[in-house]
Ligand binder design. Structure first.
Ligand code: GLC
Length: 648
């Protein structure tokens, strides 16, 4: 839908910015014209009814232009290389780690010294948990930002970050940072000005003089942290106003109906883009638009806003992919990849939160039926987009998949979830897990789960009991869970510490800035002396580290593991076993995972349902060859064993 007027308008703006439209900036100019109609339409959708809309649109065009002008030659070159590759991030060669800089190694400078560690593990993509300024004690792990441009002195300086980015880039690594889009800290300059009575900045947030509207909102808005931060509003005595605070009371929700908020935050996004961020994690995108009478989550305008951001980023910083951290119901997650005309034109990545939770479901129940019932939704992901796959992250595990999926597997949703919560919080007589319930809501009976990968898999209890068999089983569970998420498709994101089997860390209980939030139990402080054990044969650290390392190495060897809409689930011949097939050109990889603590049997027929019957399968994990048997014969899979079998 070409728009001549818009074209002329952009020409003029670029001319004023001394852009060489026919020469070296031609690709930028072409991208701008190609996306202009969409940018215009999306912008109008959100802000067209505002009297000063044309003026803001003008500002938007000049912001995009300026951001391109400020992009370094090196980054422009990298954009070009990524664009030539097509969807660079679908590759099987990327494996990430998410970490808190201070808890991992003290500082950003210190992280430079750890690049060899990542190389050893074969991790080439880092998600640094928020490093921008955030008030200590009221930081929500950095997700309450008081300055989007200033690195918190706890971690180092902006120059340190820039240097790290350059080092990483030289080593062929990728960087992910967060933009906390939904809210700022109450100590952010905008919030401080608002508190002092500045009307312009009060309009950056949702503020009310009395409880009338907050009460109305609260009627339909769920609570995110019902225990530590009940309700969605906080009273500010200085202003005598109620401020919308969906997360903690110190996180003030930004008001995106105000175009100035959008423009200011887009400018921050471009700031990160021009630092050389490869993937921008958009924190909590489900919450960015509010409307009275709704849950204020996943609203259509939130998607419009994300699409607008995506089209703008594509023009000025096309090498930066967007990850939408939407931890919502499966159907809703899918929408963050874009729908309709915007299919695959919204977020490039989403977290596969559904599958993550389903793996924990399968591990506790030794039954993969709920997992299977959810797949038809998950498989809707459009080509050209990808998942971040993971078993654990810094947040809790929410059992957010739909009731109908649980019912389809033959369980009662309420009882099923209760069992899972009991199992992982250690309230079940037969559980090896040691975790805790997070954000229990007595009104809805809802709760999520905290705990590290190792502790939830039984390692903590096994070590306390000095039970070698239990330790062995816990390690098997840990590797099974990692393998399943590494091969399902998408970029695996290891949570730091999990590669060395860190169990829960209870020291957060002594810190008043953290003790109210038990997610800190699974955010360890790395002890590098203990980490030396990764080189000591037979230690738990070494067993887990070397297995993780091998899994990553295998991923990088097998093209079919890339995310090209090339996943087919096998017919479930045995409810304890999850099985899927990954294909690429003529490569075929059968991945099977036994979630039972006993041997499971799978008929060889399972391998004959997808095209030519294979005769020989090579399991990359055990480096062992299997002859495919008759249909009445069985492949025996040991307790918590998995197989990565390539057709020979
Ligand atoms: C995201 C973060 C979480 C944080 C919340 C509020 O969900 O992952 O840690 O508490 O946003 O910013």
């Amino acid at each position: 839908m070409y728009n001549r007027l818009l074209h002329t308008h952009i020409n003029e703006a670029l001319h004023a910015g001394e852009i060489d439209m026919a020469g070296e900036d031609n690709m930028f100019f072409t991208r701008f014209i190609a996306n202009a109609t969409a940018i215009d339409a999306l912008f109008r959708d959100l802000y067209g009814n505002q009297p000063r809309s044309p003026e803001y649109f003008e500002k938007l065009i000049s912001l995009i232009t300026r951001s391109y002008i400020n992009r370094s030659a090196v980054l422009r070159q990298r954009d070009e290389e990524k664009e030539m590759k097509g969807n660079w991030f679908l590759s099987n060669e990327i494996t990430g780690m998410s970490l808190y800089v201070d808890r991992f190694c003290g500082s950003i400078k210190g992280l430079e010294g750890k690049l060899e560690y990542f190389k050893k593990l074969r991790v080439n993509f880092l998600h640094l948990m928020p490093v921008f300024e955030s008030p200590e004690g009221e930081s929500d792990g950095g997700y309450a930002v008081s300055d989007f441009r200033k690195v918190d002195t706890r971690f180092g300086t902006l120059e340190d970050l820039q240097r790290l980015q350059q080092r990483m880039q030289q080593k062929g690594m990728y960087l992910m940072l967060d933009i906390v889009l939904n809210h700022t800290s109450h100590q952010h300059e905008w919030a401080i000005k608002a508190r002092k009575g500045d009307k312009q900045y009060q309009q950056y947030f949702y503020m009310f003089d009395d409880r009338r509207l907050p009460d109305e909102y609260d009627r339909t808005m769920p609570e995110i942290f019902p225990e530590s931060s009940p309700g969605n509003f906080t009273y500010n005595a200085e202003m005598k106003k109620w401020v919308m605070t969906v997360f903690h009371r110190y996180q003030w929700d930004l008001n995106y109906t105000n175009p100035e908020v959008f423009l200011s935050m887009l400018e921050n996004i471009f700031f990160y883009a021009n630092l050389g961020v490869d993937v921008l994690r958009i924190d909590a995108p489900a919450f960015i638009w509010k409307q009275l009478g709704t849950t204020c989550q996943n609203l259509p305008q939130a998607h419009t806003l994300l699409r607008l951001i995506k089209q703008c980023v594509q023009v000025a910083a096309p090498g930066m992919a967007l990850l939408g951290e939407a931890i919502v119901a499966p159907k809703e997650i899918m929408k963050y990849f874009g729908t309709g005309l915007y299919t695959a034109k919204e977020c490039d990545f989403a977290y596969n939160a559904t599958h993550m939770a389903l793996q924990w479901d399968a591990l506790a129940t030794a039954d993969t039926r709920v997992m299977l019932a959810a797949q038809h939704e998950i498989l809707q992901k459009p080509y050209g987009t990808s998942w971040i796959t993971y078993t654990r992250c810094h947040d809790d595990i929410g059992l957010g998949y739909d009731d109908y999926m649980i019912r389809q597997a033959g369980f009662n949703p309420f009882e099923h979830r209760r069992f899972l919560k009991d199992y992982y919080s250690g309230n079940h007589s037969h559980t090896p897990a040691k975790g805790a319930l997070f954000s229990v809501n007595p009104k809805t009976n809802d709760a999520r789960i905290s705990g590290s990968l190792a502790s939830l898999c039984g390692l903590e209890n096994a070590i306390i009991a000095k039970d070698e068999t239990a330790i062995d089983y816990a390690i098997r569970r840990i590797i099974l869970m990692q393998a399943h998420s590494f091969f399902i498709g998408g970029v695996p994101m290891i949570f730091y510490g999990d590669e060395a089997g860190y169990t829960n860390d209870y020291s957060y209980l002594n810190d008043p800035g953290k003790s109210y939030d038990n997610r800190w139990m699974h955010r360890p402080v790395i002890d590098w002396k203990k980490n030396k054990n990764i080189d000591k044969a037979g230690t738990t650290e070494q067993r887990i580290f070397s297995a993780t390392q091998r899994l990553i190495t295998l991923r990088r060897k097998i093209f079919a593991v890339g995310d090209y809409k090339n996943l087919t689930w096998l017919t479930p011949h045995n409810i304890h076993v999850a099985g899927y097939l990954r294909t690429f050109e003529d490569q075929k990889l059968y991945c099977l995972f036994n979630f039972l603590d006993k041997p499971s049997y799978v008929t060889w027929h399972a391998f004959k349902e997808h095209g030519a019957e294979p005769h020989v399968l090579f399991d990359h994990w055990q480096e062992k060859e299997y002859q495919v048997g008759y249909d009445h014969e069985y492949l025996v899979i040991e307790p918590y064993q998995f197989l990565l079998m390539e057709v020979k």
